[in-house]
Design a protein around this ligand. Structure first.
Ligand SMILES: Nc1ncnc2c1ncn2[C@@H]1O[C@H](COP(=O)(O)OP(=O)(O)OP(=O)(O)O)[C@@H](O)[C@H]1O
Ligand SMILES: [Mg+2]
Length: 302
């Protein structure tokens, strides 16, 4: 689906994508994760032929990008990070206008639009102006619009950011259904649960470089102990000095919470019984732990 070799993008002196090489097999759901400013959107824009490459080689669906970007764009659907629906048009007019770029005949178009309105759960809103739609509805319409040309590959930049849990679950179901129909999916997200549930393979990047790639399960097994105990509350320091530090394989302090990592959590939980004033949460390790371990806990402002 994607083959990149030594791919770089510079804005002035800043190297936003830095000699990136990767290979993503066809038909999978691939997630690109990274902190704010890591270079995810820039990479997706290179992938879809929307920005030039500073260096390197890129093939998407077998097309050489940017040389064959026009051909590629007929075969892909794109949901950008910011919705760019046409606010002068209604829901159905947005779908029709977009379809006209692909030269889809009127006979073909009508049933396809009905199907897409159903898919986006927007049948009752077909004639609404865009400004009358909620954020979640606009996102669903952007997704439906990206499918107008029946693409082989769908590229989604943060498809569910800002959506409520109901809308997010609906989009997850739809993406899973598309994936089951053989469509390849590329998505970025800041929701680690989303990546875990949807992606066959994820790549974690930072400062334009790949830190690691694999299935969510394998990444967790490779980077993190199996169990996590999060401890917070009055007396954290004395518990940590007396028990926590010694009983965990590894720990990380973040504000007023201490995260203890271990393959066997029982000694930690047993010891916590003697500290009733502390609160704790025991859970299996997840992709967020991997993300934080690889990219650090500091806030990004660059
Ligand atoms: N058109 C541009 N001109 C100059 N700098 C840019 C441009 N687009 C992006 N950048 C810079 O490139 C870096 C990567 O931006 P990018 O949008 O790819 O990050 P991102 O990983 O998508 O982040 P986020 O999670 O916040 O969406 C940032 O430092 C950003 O300021
Ligand atoms: Mg982005």
């Amino acid at each position: 689906m994607i083959e990149a070799k030594g791919l770089s993008k510079c804005y002035g002196k800043q190297r936003v994508v830095d000699a990136l090489s990767l290979c993503v097999p066809a038909g999978i759901c691939w997630g690109l994760l990274g902190p704010n400013g890591a270079g995810k959107t820039t990479f997706l824009r290179m992938l879809t032929g929307n920005t030039s490459l500073t260096a390197g080689r890129l093939r998407v669906l077998g097309y050489d990008v940017p040389r064959e970007a026009l051909k590629l764009r007929r075969r892909i659907g794109v949901v950008p990070q910011q919705d760019n629906l046409d606010v002068d048009f209604s829901v159905v007019e947005n779908l029709r206008t977009y379809a006209s770029y692909f030269g889809i005949s009127r006979i073909e178009l009508q049933p396809r639009i009905s199907e897409l309105l159903k898919f986006a759960a927007l049948e009752s809103r077909a004639d609404s102006p865009i400004t009358a739609l909620s954020g979640g509805m606009q996102r669903r319409l952007s997704l439906a619009r990206a499918l107008v040309n029946e693409p082989k590959l769908l590229v989604l930049d943060e498809p569910t950011t800002g959506l409520d849990p109901q809308a997010r679950q609906l989009i997850w179901q739809q993406l899973r259904a598309l994936r089951a129909r053989g469509l390849g999916l590329v998505l970025t997200t800041h929701y680690m649960e989303e990546a875990t549930r949807l992606c066959d393979q994820v790549t974690i990047m930072d400062h334009g470089r790949i830190l690691d790639s694999d299935s969510p399960k394998k990444l967790i097994a490779r980077h993190i102990e199996a169990q996590v105990v999060e401890v917070y509350g009055t007396g954290l320091d004395s518990w940590h000095g007396a028990k926590g530090e010694a009983l965990a394989t590894r720990f990380e302090r973040a504000g007023d919470t201490c995260f203890y990592y271990a393959d066997d959590e029982r000694p930690l939980l047993d010891a916590l019984r003697d500290y009733p004033e502390l609160s704790y949460l025991h859970r299996p390790a997840n992709l967020e732990d991997v993300f934080l371990r690889l990219t650090g806990r500091e806030l990004r402002d660059d």
